[in-house]
Design a protein around this ligand. Sequence first.
Ligand code: AOF
Ligand code: ZN
Length: 377
Amino acid sequence: MTDADAMRRALHVALRGTGKVSPNPRVGCVLVRDGRIISEGWHDHYGGIHAEVHALRRASESLEGATMVVTLEPCNHHGKQPPCTDAILATKQRPDGTLDPSRGIRRVVVGMRDPNPQAQGGIERLQQAGIEVTVGVLEAECRWINRFFVKHVTTGMPYVIGKGAISLDGFIATREGQSQWISGEEARRRAHALRAEVDAVLVGRATVERDNPHLGPRLVRGRMPRRIVLDTGLRLSMNYRVLCDEHRMRTIVATSRERAESSAADALRREGITVVGVSVTSAGRLALDELFVTIGKELSITSVLVEGGAQVLSWCIEHGLLDELHLFVAPMMLGQGISFTAALSAQSLQSAPRWQYHALGRAGDDTHLILLPQRPS
Ligand code: AOF
Ligand code: ZN
């Protein structure tokens, strides 16, 4: 078994923490001895034990000479949990408490360094104790599963993903606003899997009024994300699902600073809904960059899926707020309709937002594009 094989398994078990560990990273760990996996562990929920300790506790065989393969640098700090480095070094202790280099875990393979300054230093600490450490195995994959955590812990802002289901000619709805359904079942299932992965799903008021969406991952197993509704004037009636169903306590309504102090805002708060006030731009729209800073810092939201509509998506694209874009392109043409970038107007080809392909595949009859912004170099 190569380090990469073991890391692939560690990445796989890390995903068991999906939807449960935020704002922490998803971390997986396997212990390898004599060429086979003897134990595995993962960070299962926020505040719970870390992947390394989980794997060490679950081991039913001797750890003598074993290699630990873990997707993230073992932490070296006291947070909600004690340092994983201590647990690793404990496997090397003689009965008198001194370290014996030949005992216990002999080698540690790390996918990526921990970007959290408070937790860093694990690699050096292990090396000082005589453990051989290899860093950077399947690093790109490890970074990808923790792209939300990495952005949030380094900038305080959530990682923002845009999502649209469009026709071949780029429309998200007919002229009359009919959009259910442009994409097929498999594309919708993938979109729901994204909902289960992010901390929050964001939509504008017009989308709530048109579709009365539930925004939960009903087509897959997963927990309900927080739901963010943009409502500058706080005019939405309380009868929409996001404001009155059993998950309303986890809904966040973003509105102007002024309306956030109004009696309408208090009525929402009495229902357990969070109301966040942000500045309004000269164009009369909520300043989403400010909203993202607030929800990242105050509500520990590490990721947001922007589901629409066209106004909100256009605004995010125009202001460079998307870190990733998922487009499900259905083999269908409308000729006229609501373009998913209706409110975007590029003045020239040079100034048009450009993207690079991260992945391109099929989702049933639809094409699934995952794009990353091409930031000016
Ligand atoms: C690890 N293994 O499985 C995870 C780590 O408050 P705590 O104690 O849970 O610490 C959270 C921080 O520890 C988190 O921000 C990240 O830097 C690291 N997460 N580290 O060694 C794990 N989940
Ligand atoms: Zn740890």
